[in-house]
Design a protein around this ligand. Structure first.
Ligand SMILES: [Zn+2]
Length: 282
């Protein structure tokens, strides 16, 4: 056996491992002498510090919760941040204690959603300097998704419907607001249709009732971002893509699409996703 070929670790044979077929372990790169700074080490360049409240689903005096900029494969993926430009080890006792309370509260809120069995809580911190805790919901009954590889499955599973995702965001935001702070995410408006409206819709047979969720509807993952083209708000992702961190699960967040915006129609949602609406504007 050549010396650069390592045997595959046991986890590649776990039922939860998402891949099969021929694989090999990558060669280990040499360690660097001095690690590069993470994204936003300086508060002036920090994405979290420079993102306004309306990009979040819930805010309070010292904490904020944000979502991805669009649905992903898991029922819910959220990030908890403190307002202060600090990493986890720098938190003063007040914030450290509140982090515990907020973690438990957010876990409960997400677990209260229909179809959620478990909420995985992660903090990596290799990509961005500003403390951000990941909350990933595992769908009920999906035993194959248990454990370590849930972050990978989030990019593999079919994207959940936008309407359901927005309802879930609003439910979590409302749950948190019960204990304080302000819910920013609102439920999507229900489209009440009068009979005449329904008849009108019948004249547009080409308009799909629900936009298909294709790969193009996915948020860009880190590897989709060309660092040469991302000087500003994508700096976070670009910087992270230069690392081999587990934080590479990070991707674009709600800054592009304010979650407080309600969706008047499915057609508007499909437009927001970049799908081409077949019908005329209403
Ligand atoms: Zn910051």
């Amino acid at each position: 056996m050549p010396e650069n070929i390592s045997p595959l670790p046991d986890f590649t044979r776990w039922p939860s491992f998402p891949f099969e077929g021929d694989m090999r372990v990558k060669p280990l790169a040499a360690p660097v002498e001095v690690e590069p700074p993470r994204s936003g080490e300086d508060a002036a360049d920090c994405v979290a510090c420079n993102t306004p409240d309306d990009a979040y689903i819930w805010i309070s005096e010292r904490w904020r919760v944000r979502a991805m900029d669009r649905p992903t494969g898991l029922p819910m993926v959220l990030i908890l941040e403190c307002r202060s430009h600090l990493d986890i080890g720098d938190l003063p006792n007040l914030l450290a204690a509140e982090l515990g309370v907020m973690t438990v509260r957010l876990e409960r809120a997400i677990r209260s959603l229909d179809g959620v069995a478990r909420v995985h809580v992660n903090r990596w911190g290799d990509g961005s300097a500003h403390l951000h805790m990941w909350f990933l919901a595992r769908p009920y009954g999906r035993l194959q998704l248990r454990g370590t590889f849930l972050t990978l499955w989030d990019d593999i599973l079919p994207v959940i419907p936008e309407q359901q995702w927005r309802e879930n965001l609003a439910l979590v935001a409302a749950w948190l607001a019960e204990f304080g702070g302000t819910a920013i995410a609102e439920p999507p408006h229900i489209q009440w249709e009068s009979p005449s409206t329904i008849n009108y819709s019948d004249t547009e047979p080409d308009t799909p009732a629900t936009p298909p969720h294709t790969e193009s509807a996915r948020p860009a993952s880190l590897d989709d971002v060309d660092p040469r083209q991302t000087p500003a708000d994508h700096r976070d992702r670009a910087a992270q893509s230069a690392t081999t961190s587990p934080d590479s699960h990070s991707r674009s967040v709600a800054g592009d699409t304010p979650l407080s915006e309600s969706i008047p129609t499915q057609r508007a949602a499909s437009t927001a996703l970049g799908a081409s609406p077949a019908g005329s504007a209403e």
